[in-house]
Design a protein around this ligand. Structure first.
Ligand code: NAD
Length: 453
């Protein structure tokens, strides 16, 4: 048996960290298995490529490798909805539980036309690593429904959400699996999910979901948490490179929940945010953009920056190549690729978005000495405050914004330092340091718990 699961006597944490996972000769065959159909845009394959690299450096035992790369459970469910027209439509819904070794699983639900199983599996695994890095006692999960919310009425979205929740009633639960918002889902969707679950269990159960409205058990600071974590990670990275916020310029791609808050908070810290962008294009002002004015403009113009006159229009491609100190991609996946990564002039890239850098781009950025603060660390502020929300719901006692922010900053900084330490220990890019940190924690927890047979 390859897995060293003998926990008698119980090994100390130090022993665990010092004991390399054994690997047998077959392990290399697993790592070197060619992936002939590698698709650089497939998030699961892109995640697995980094996972494999970190697992190999950790000399992870083959059994543990197989365990951690597999999803624990995959739920696929048909979600029938009577549309406003009276027509019956059936949507495909997913909930993937990647791992529950550190605690109940946690992860958002996205509604989008291109949601597919591989994407949900990758996002679920990312949640496992993210929670482990910041020390949140959750495993990883993700959900999604293949639908086009832009073409659906609020009533249709409500019925979709309620039926999806009812179908997955045995999966969700405050001690089992706790959803949150993701792409195209928001506080209102979480409120419907909470209500549907509560109706079925015959009591109000706020802790079954996070990212809900404050009035029904949401947390102060949750909406800003991811952007705030991006700001904290940026400051930590600047410290490592001896850079000062007051003398640094920043470009932010994406001006939604994450990007706009990150830009605002970095500005507050003294950085000059010289460029921002959204789907309408980029906006550049070498003297620094008035971020409050940009946020107000967006709020008054259909949540778009189109026509914003506080900066000159540039393309999104130009924004990524600007001569700035920090580039924060906060829009979507696969934005920095092997085609454009060579143009990046920033010294630090902080990934507010999930998966904005492809493995090919990573190689180029590393070769060019760019410090990339990876998504599973940089955008972990959201799940950290989700954890605070869950704790507050269970206590029935709610914290001030100041307490939320102080605790968030502390956890983000300690996550950054732990990842940076791995980066130096192995002489690897920060992304691999982050995977090493996370995989090691989850693997050690698994060894302590052992395998139930
Ligand atoms: P959002 O929908 O609020 O904002 C996305 C922004 O990106 C919008 O301004 C949109 O116009 C812009 N955008 C889209 N395509 C673009 C493109 N090609 N070029 C430039 N801008 C473009 O979404 P969000 O919640 O801010 O999430 C952004 C990213 O952060 C996603 O990858 C998401 O998975 C990740 N993330 C979000 C959270 C969270 O708490 N919201 C937490 C962790 C990770």
């Amino acid at each position: 048996m390859a897995i060293p699961f003998d926990t008698h006597p119980l090994p100390s944490q130090r022993d665990l960290m010092a004991t390399p996972f054994k690997r047998d000769v077959k392990t290399r065959a697993v790592y070197q298995e060619p992936t002939p159909t590698f698709d650089k845009d497939n998030p699961f394959q892109s995640m697995m490529e980094r996972f494999d690299y970190a697992a190999e450096l950790l000399e992870l035992d083959r059994g543990l490798y197989e365990y951690l790369r597999s999803s624990s459970r995959i739920h696929i469910t048909s979600v029938p909805v009577v549309m406003d027209s009276g027509e019956l439509k059936v949507f495909q819904g997913y909930r993937v539980i990647h791992n529950e070794v550190l605690g109940p699983s946690k992860g958002g639900i996205r509604y989008a036309p291109d949601v597919h199983l591989d994407e949900v599996k990758a996002l679920a695994a990312w949640m496992t690593w993210k929670c482990a890095i910041v020390g949140v006692p959750f495993g990883g999960a993700k959900g999604g429904i293949t639908c086009n919310p832009a073409e659906m009425s609020p009533g249709e979205i409500e019925r979709l959400t309620r039926r999806y929740t009812a179908n997955l009633l045995d999966v969700f639960g405050p001690d089992k699996d706790i959803p949150a918002p993701d792409m195209n889902t928001n506080e209102q969707v979480m409120a419907w999910l909470l209500d549907t679950y509560s109706m079925h269990v015959r009591r109000t159960e706020p802790a079954v979901v996070t990212g809900k409205p404050i009035l029904i058990g949401g947390s102060q600071g949750r909406r800003e948490a991811t952007g705030r974590g991006v700001m904290t990670s940026t400051l930590s990275a600047m410290e490592k490179l001896g850079m000062r916020p007051g003398q640094s310029t920043v470009a932010v791609q994406g001006f939604g929940n994450v990007g706009s808050v990150a830009a605002q908070l970095l500005r507050e810290q003294g950085c000059s945010v010289v460029a921002v962008s959204d789907v309408s294009g980029g906006y550049y002002n070498p003297n620094g953009i008035d971020i409050d004015a940009a946020i107000e403009y967006m709020a008054n113009h259909g949540r778009s920056l189109a026509g914003f006159d506080g900066a000159e229009p540039i393309s999104n491609a130009e924004l990524l190549a600007l001569d700035v100190d920090v580039l924060a991609p906060c829009a979507k996946e696969n934005q920095l690729t092997s085609e454009n990564a060579g143009d990046v002039k920033a010294k630090i890239v902080v990934e507010g978005a999930n998966g904005p850098t492809t493995p090919g781009a990573d190689d180029i950025l590393n070769e060019n000495g760019v410090l990339v603060v990876p998504d599973i660390l940089a955008n972990a502020g959201g799940v950290t405050v989700s954890y605070f929300e869950w704790v507050q719901d269970r206590q029935g006692y709610f914290w001030s914004l100041d307490r939320v922010n102080r605790r968030l900053d502390r956890m983000m900084r300690s996550g950054f330092d732990a990842v940076y330490a791995e980066t130096e220990r192995f002489g690897v890019p920060m992304r691999i340091g982050a995977y090493i940190n996370a995989i090691e924690k989850v693997a050690n927890a698994l060894r302590l718990r052992g395998i139930y047979a």
